[in-house]
Design a protein around this ligand. Sequence first.
Ligand SMILES: [Zn+2]
Length: 338
Amino acid sequence: MDRRTPPTGPRRNPYRSSPPPRRNVRPARPMPNARPGVSRPGGRSAAPPPANYRQYARHRRRGTLLKKVAALLVAAVLVGAVFVVLNAPGIQNLFQPEEEAQPAVAPVEQPEPTGFVVAVDPGHGGGDPGTEGISFTEEEMTWDTARRLMELLEADDRFAPVMTTDGTEYERPSQRAANAREQGAQLLISIHGNSGDDPEYAGFECYPVPPGRTYNAESLAFGRMIAERFGQTGERLRGEGGVRYLYYEDNNEKHVYEVSDTSVHTDTSFTLLEECGCPAVLAEQCFITSPADVDAFGDEDGRQAAAQIYYEAICEWYDTYGPQADTASPAPATDSLT
Ligand SMILES: [Zn+2]
């Protein structure tokens, strides 16, 4: 429909009070500044302007209303965008003081570490007495020695000693290893007593994490620190300097290798050593079937002496490899036996 001509015929509103438009319409007053038919520079023709003031006013009102609606829409979009941006976690942290910035997920509450975590494994217990000695069970000696070692470590502010088991029930070596890991063990010592058919069998030996495993070097160094101290008391050191590697075959048969043998074996060593997740040594403190050994490291005085040796070796290891140590000093090579 040509917008220059008013509605005619059936489109006319019969209830209008104003007279119907005449057929010969007087030419409408030209629009101010109206320039009908002028082409825009881009080539598109401008929309024809309204023909008279009434249409012009309606056109203006409609245009003004559209502008208001558009402005409201733009404002709403802007407000929404600002709201979204300000609520983004990264932006929120910018407007918060450093110490008030909270992570999206609260971390699990962990007790504050109070020292270097040394795990002490009492070897047996919880219904497992170990082997029978000439005057006590292996369990009796290992638990007593472990308690004495715990007392020495607890008296030293540098250490936060933990036990691998509380002894109330039997826990397999794999469970004790898991307990050590869960408590954050950074160094582990497992205390056992040796036994033999012949009372002449005697001496100290210990087993570090074997070659080919993580922590072999640190474990070997720890084993040597312990064995040297036992040797300094005059105790016999079994094997090469009292440090050996042990593996179990599939049929559970033990195989012992001297420490100079750095070959890597697929057979597993002691489960506790393999799974505790930190440098670790299993010590056979003495033969509880040997009167001489029991006198040296099996009776009450001997257990205290053994606990003191373990403690001093832990201190030396801590000074060498612990968090306070000079990290520039590398772990000794596994084949540098002296
Ligand atoms: Zn044992």
